[in-house]
Design a protein around this ligand. Structure first.
Ligand code: SF4
Ligand code: SF4
Ligand code: SF4
Ligand code: FES
Length: 948
């Protein structure tokens, strides 16, 4: 049931030559291939319908949309009948009304119209049609053969399936197939016996269903309904906002009753998601009202003391005086800040402004340091801009798609659905990953090539692909000559052509069959439109930046940049990774990726902010922790981040945090880092704030306040309070004023304003005089840096390699139902799908160690040891093990090492040499962590109320 303010045209739009026909005497011109229903809708005429909706192909089962066509016999269904030149159509007549009423009476005979007490009252299409056709009763009565005795399936945590309300329109089945691409539903049986079934007639929860909600959204009745709607009843207002989970940035209509979110309905006008969603954004919003939320500021002198609840004034002035004390005692550079990729652009901009202008140093960094900083470096160096090149919709024009080091069905599910749609249309797919991700083989999708690269050997593999492209004459010389630096191209060509870079020579490192590498290289280079999508499996390596450059090199050499259907596309992990980088969160860059040493740029900021700014870059996150351990770094302001769980080598991070004298955490929950904090400032969830997020396609979208902040302030307000207390005034009345400042100071954002965002829905930067409505495709005609620059990408094997002591390579990733450190998703019913991290191990490796699925296994690296349950599976290849890092108790980052990308310090999460043995108890770290957590929870529980 879609949101009431959406106008449904009944069938999807098509492209075609114009055709003119007459509907109810009014001429209308539409593209050939359009349905009569849609053509009528463009004239504002709504033909009655039930089984049609414009997000799905027409099916023609309900027979409600009948029309008359002059010169044709019978009453064709307008949803499945296409327009024709000169047709004369009637959508209303006494005969049509009578036929439609007859159909409705049949539906009603198996569907009592108890609308007033129904949770869908007011937005049920069956109810609407009954009212439209004035059907309040049925000649057939309700006592005949019907489905009213059938049981309800309530197994899914978020929605119910009530067969008694089902009209067998198959919209749910088509939504699962066409929109989501999971193919979990079928209509079983025929005629009266036909019924919707999940998988092999299983409860939804145990079926293949991934709980995306597309079927619920498509259902025209209350048969598939959100449990929250049943519990809370009809909403009284709707607020359009943006999902705060992954970098797809889906737009939602938050339907609200009082201060409660009744449901999150994916926005059909959303430019990134077109009305689709995944289980996280659609359903997992309950964390925002979870009892674990801390809503009162707290302070304490040391981490061994109980917290003391205080008023905001005291918390803020305490934090400010502590920061000033630390600077007076240890020097200006003894403190710093971390911005969050989960917070809004406006909030992020303010944190970096506070550090530069109020702290007076450049010690600001962001969690993107530990995920996509190599993207920034690699893309800026080669093509001139630190961002993906395309809109998501561009994938619908791609002919061959490489997915490397990414797992879109788990990490970026809505984009994965769009990608699968394109693959079902016939595009080719190459998957490069150490693990057999679901895209390799799923219903109606199979990769043409799956290259199971050994962890750490990406650069070797891409050099081998480039070798084939160059030596087999598959480069686009005309494109390169027109658009790239000739000298750099010459050097790169000569380098990759060397025999040592051939697939055969590189196989020793990559572990990939040379023929497959050759086949994949040819497929991509000859594609027509070749598009590359990549994730953290590319960046989180000691050669992360090199690999990003290798990707850009390959795209330039094959002419696959600068138009729709091609490109280099980082799939950003968190909702606002792109934005937090754009906003100047790195210690060496102002917003828009301009170096702090650039005196003209610095002058601009100095003038606007009224303070002198430093020309030297500040400390990166790992350097801050190093400096803390050295005793020179003493205080941090951390907004919405949890480095104690998310950063590598946990014991190193927590040791550093424990040395600091003032750690200020601004967050929703007492996360792992907050256990080491001295000041806790309660933050606001995305439902409690105004602002903007920028997704993986550079799309800036509004986040709108749905409910009042539980702790009294939005996050940007808290930063402003802190800045004021530090003596650097910030007086914004609304985040729109912060965006105006960002626009004034950042050329790529010059044309962005809240007014324009409200008008256009969303805007992809650059947005300025040259592109007043934004830029869906970058580098058209020429690269942002002018000529594209090739870089020689010598493969340097990581120092982290399998040895006799640590013979297996651990790599990490995500689960669909969980998100990052899990602080949000662990506090929702999503835990019903995944309640712990597990270790995937190949049957061969398991057998030689006597390990079976479910056994506890100890995982030891040179950094530490953890214990996890094993999952014996051939999704991973021999020699490789895999886990996720959503649950703090499992401590995946205890074993990851301090190795990092040579250019950006991005940690090498994706390669850790480990040994695995069967054990029967938690590791020493896990025991210590458990005790520490218990102690900290007790200190939280025993917190003293205000003024005690
Ligand atoms: S929730 Fe999504 S995956 Fe599950 S049956 Fe519905 S459409 Fe299919
Ligand atoms: S569950 Fe809803 S969408 Fe599916 S067939 Fe029944 S009425 Fe149609
Ligand atoms: S795909 Fe990402 S942005 Fe969209 S609903 Fe899911 S988590 Fe949210
Ligand atoms: S809407 Fe056309 S047959 Fe159902």
């Amino acid at each position: 049931m879609y949101s009431r303010d959406y106008r449904d045209f009944g069938t999807p739009p098509v492209e075609g030559t114009p055709v003119t026909l007459e509907i109810d005497g009014v001429p209308v011109t539409v593209p050939a291939g359009t349905s009569i229903m849609r053509a009528a809708a463009t004239l504002g005429r709504s033909v009655p319908k039930l089984c049609a909706t414009d997000s799905l192909k027409a099916f023609g089962s309900c027979r409600l949309c009948l029309v008359e066509i002059e010169g044709r016999r019978g009453y064709p269904a307008s949803c499945t009948t296409l327009v024709g030149e000169g047709l004369k159509v009637r959508t209303e007549s006494a005969r049509l009304t009578s036929l439609r009423r007859g159909v409705m009476e049949l539906y009603v005979s198996d569907h009592p119209l108890d609308c007033v007490s129904c949770p869908a009252n007011g937005h049920c299409e069956l109810q609407n049609m009954a009212e439209l056709l004035d059907v309040t009763d049925t000649r057939y009565g309700l006592s005949g053969k019907n489905h009213q005795h059938l049981p309800k399936d309530t197994s899914n945590p978020y929605f119910t399936f009530d067969q008694t309300m089902c009209i067998a329109c198959s919209r749910c089945v088509r939504a699962c197939d066409e929109t989501q691409g999971t193919f979990a539903l079928t209509i079983q049986g025929r005629g009266f016996a036909s019924k919707v079934a999940a998988s092999q007639n299983e409860p939804f929860f145990t079926s293949e269903c991934v709980s995306c909600g597309a079927c619920v959204e498509a259902c025209p009745t209350v048969a598939l309904t959100e449990k929250s709607l049943i519990a809370l009843g009809a909403p009284d207002r709707v607020v359009t906002t943006t999902c705060a989970y992954c970098g797809v940035g889906c737009s939602f209509k938050a339907e609200v009753k009082g201060e409660d979110v009744v449901r999150m309905v994916p926005n059909r006008d959303g430019h990134a998601n077109h009305g689709h969603s995944c289980v996280k954004g659609r359903f997992a919003f309950g964390y925002a009202t979870h009892p674990d939320r801390i809503t009162t500021p707290m302070i304490r002198a040391s981490i061994n003391e109980p917290w003391r609840q205080v008023e905001w004034d005291e918390a803020i002035s305490h934090a400010a005086s502590e920061f000033r004390r630390l600077q007076a005692t240890y020097g200006r550079d003894a403190i710093g800040g971390i911005t969050s990729s989960r917070c809004t652009n406006e909030e992020t901009f303010l944190v970096q402004k506070l550090v530069r202008a109020a702290f007076g140093n450049n010690n600001v960094d962001t969690c993107a340091r530990v995920c996509h900083s190599p993207t920034g470096y690699g893309l800026k160096s080669t093509i001139g801009e630190s961002a993906g090149t395309q809109a998501f919709d561009s994938v619908m024009k791609a002919d061959t798609i490489i997915v490397v080091g990414a797992n879109p069905t788990e990490g970026h599910p809505v984009f994965a659905s769009q990608l699968k749609r394109r693959l079902r249309q016939g595009a080719k797919l190459i998957v490069i990953d150490p693990r057999e991700i679901a895209l390799v083989r799923s219903p109606h999708v199979e990769a043409d090539y799956f290259l199971p690269v050994r962890p750490g050997a990406n650069v070797a593999l891409f050099n081998a692909i480039a070798h084939v492209v160059v030596t087999e004459g598959l480069t686009r010389e005309d494109y390169v000559a027109a658009r790239c630096e000739p000298d750099s191209y010459k050097k790169w060509r000569a380098f990759v052509a060397e025999p040592r870079n051939s697939p055969e020579a590189m196989a020793a490192f990559t572990g990939v069959a040379p023929d497959d590498v050759r086949g994949a290289a040819r497929l991509y280079a000859k594609a027509g439109n070749g598009a590359i999508y990549y994730g953290l499996g590319v960046t989180e390596h000691s050669q992360g930046s090199t690999m990003v450059m290798a990707i850009a090199n390959l795209a330039m050499a094959t002419g696959n940049l600068g138009r729709e259907g091609v490109g280099v596309n980082p799939l950003r992990g968190q909702n606002n990774v792109q934005g937090s980088c754009d906003m100047g969160s790195f210690p060496h860059e102002f917003s828009g990726y301009r170096h702090v040493s650039d005196s003209a740029v610095r002058g601009l900021f100095e003038q606007a902010w009224g303070v002198p700014l430093l020309a030297e870059p500040g400390l990166r996150i790992p350097n801050m922790f190093e400096a803390a351990l050295d005793g020179s770094f003493k205080g941090m302001y951390i907004q919405g981040e949890d480095p104690a769980q998310s950063d590598p080598d946990t014991q190193h991070v927590t040791a550093a945090l424990a040395t600091m004298e003032c750690v200020v955490i601004q967050d929703l929950f007492l996360n792992e880092t907050a256990k080491y904090a001295h000041v806790f400032l309660p933050g606001s969830s995305f439902l409690e704030k105004d602002g903007t997020f920028i997704n993986a396609e550079r799309r800036c979208s509004r986040v709108r306040k749905v409910m009042e902040p539980r702790a009294g302030f939005q996050d940007w307000e808290i930063t402003a309070l802190l800045s004021n207390a530090l003596g650097y005034p910030m007086h914004y009345r609304h985040p729109s004023e912060i965006m105006d400042e960002i626009a004034r100071l950042t050329p790529t954002f010059a044309g962005i304003s809240y007014e324009k965002l409200d008008r256009l829905g969303s805007i992809q930067w650059p947005c300025n005089d040259r592109a007043p409505e934004g830029t869906p495709t970058m580098h058209v005609g020429e690269f942002v840096r002018g000529k594209g620059k090739f870089f020689v990408t010598e493969y340097v094997p990581t120092e982290e390699r399998a040895t006799r002591r640590y013979p297996l390579l651990l790599t990490t990733g995500r689960k669909l139902s969980q998100y990052n450190v899990g602080a949000q998703t662990r506090r929702t019913d999503n835990v019903k799908w995944a309640s712990a991290d597990v270790l995937e191990i190949h049957p061969h490796d398991a057998e030689v160690r006597g390990i079976e699925s479910g056994d506890l296994v100890g995982l030891t690296s040179r950094s530490g040891q953890i214990v996890l349950p094993a999952d014996v599976t051939d999704r991973v290849r021999p020699g490789v093990v895999y886990t996720t890092f959503h649950f703090p108790d499992s401590g995946a980052n205890v074993v990851t090492t301090e190795n990092s990308d040579w250019a950006t310090n991005c940690p090498e999460y994706k390669v850790t040499a480990v040994e695995i043995v069967r054990v029967n108890q938690p590791s020493a770290w896990q025991k210590r962590h458990h005790e520490f957590t218990e102690r900290q929870l007790a200190l939280l529980k025993g917190r003293q109320p205000t003024h005690v």
